[in-house]
Design a protein around this ligand. Structure first.
Ligand code: SAH
Length: 233
C-alpha cells in the first residue's frame, strides 16, 4: 500500500478530485491511503504564524522553515529515508518515467507551497526533492498535488482495470498515442480509417505505430529525437 501524506495550509482543498471514481475505490481496496497534514497546526508562536516576509526584501511571504520542520518531523520517518517532494516551479520537471518510479514506493510525502514558496533551509536539512509539473506558475502547490498524485496513483497495480491500457499510452517508447475512434461508425459524413474495421490485427498494429511515429515527429520533435536515440541502443 502507498501511504501518501500531503502537507498544506489549505486542508479543505483535499481530498477533492482524489476521492472520486477509481481513486476512491482504490483507497477502499487499500491500494493507497491519503492523510492530510494541516501545516497551520504546527505553528509555534501564539499568533500561529506560518509565514513571514523574505529576508533581503521583496514582495510576498515565505513559509517558515521551523514550522514546516515541526510538521515534517512529527509526521515523516526520516530514518527510513521516506521520500519528501516539494512541488515547485523550480524543480525537475515531472515525467512519466518518474511517476512510474514513485508508484513503487511505500511512503510519499508532498509539500504544497504558497505565496513565494518555502525557506530554502528546509529543503536542504530534510533532503527534500523539488518537482515541477510544468513551466508555468500556479498560486499554490495544491492543484499541482492533484496532478502529481493523479499521475502516480493510476499506475498502482489494481487501480486501472486493464493494465494493458497503460502499456500503449502516450510516452511509452517516447511516442505519442495513435488516434482513437469509436461509434457511431459514420458521423458528420466521416468514417474511421478502414484498416481499423478490417479485423486484421497485424495491419492495425502497423497502422497505429506509423500514426504514433508521424504524430510524434510533427508535434514533439524533442520526444521524437529521444525515441530515435533509444532505438539505436
Ligand atoms: N515565487 C515562486 C513561485 C511560487 S508559486 C517562484 O518564482 O519560483 C507558489 C507555490 O505554488 C509554490 O510554492 C509551489 O508549491 C506551487 N507551484 C507553482 N507553480 C508550480 C509548478 N509549476 N509545479 C509545481 N508546483 C508549483
Amino acid at each position: 500500500m502507498l501511504k501518501v501524506k500531503i502537507f498544506t495550509l489549505y486542508p479543505d482543498l483535499f481530498p477533492g478530485p482524489l476521492n472520486s471514481g477509481l481513486y476512491k475505490k482504490a483507497q477502499e481496496n487499500k491500494i493507497w491511503q491519503l492523510e492530510i497534514i494541516d501545516i497551520n497546526k504546527f505553528a509555534m508562536d501564539k499568533h500561529a504564524t506560518v509565514d513571514d516576509t523574505p529576508f533581503g526584501g521583496g514582495s510576498g511571504m515565505v513559509m517558515r522553515a521551523d514550522v514546516l520542520a515541526n510538521a515534517i518531523d512529527k509526521n515523516v520517518n526520516l530514518n527510513k529515508k521516506e521520500k519528501i517532494i516539494y512541488l515547485s516551479p523550480k524543480g525537475k520537471k515531472l515525467e512519466q518515467s518518474f511517476a512510474k518510479d514513485l508508484s513503487k514506493l511505500k511512503n510519499l510525502n508532498i509539500i504544497c507551497g504558497h505565496f513565494e514558496g518555502v525557506d530554502q533551509r528546509i529543503l536542504e536539512t530534510r533532503g527534500i526533492q523539488e518537482i515541477s509539473i510544468g513551466d508555468y506558475i500556479l498560486s499554490g502547490g495544491e492543484t499541482a498535488a492533484y496532478v502529481f498524485l493523479d499521475s502516480i496513483i493510476r499506475l498502482l497495480p489494481g487501480v486501472i482495470g486493464n493494465p494493458n491500457s497503460l502499456k500503449e499510452e502516450t510516452f511509452e517508447n517516447n511516442l505519442l498515442e495513435y488516434p482513437q475512434y469509436t461509434k457511431p461508425q459514420k458521423w458528420e459524413k466521416k468514417s474511421p480509417p478502414k484498416v481499423l474495421l478490417s479485423g486484421d490485427h497485424g495491419k492495425i498494429k502497423d497502422w497505429r505505430l506509423s500514426q504514433s511515429r508521424a504524430i510524434t515527429r510533427r508535434q514533439r520533435p524533442d520526444l521524437w529525437k529521444k525515441h530515435l536515440s533509444k532505438k539505436k541502443k
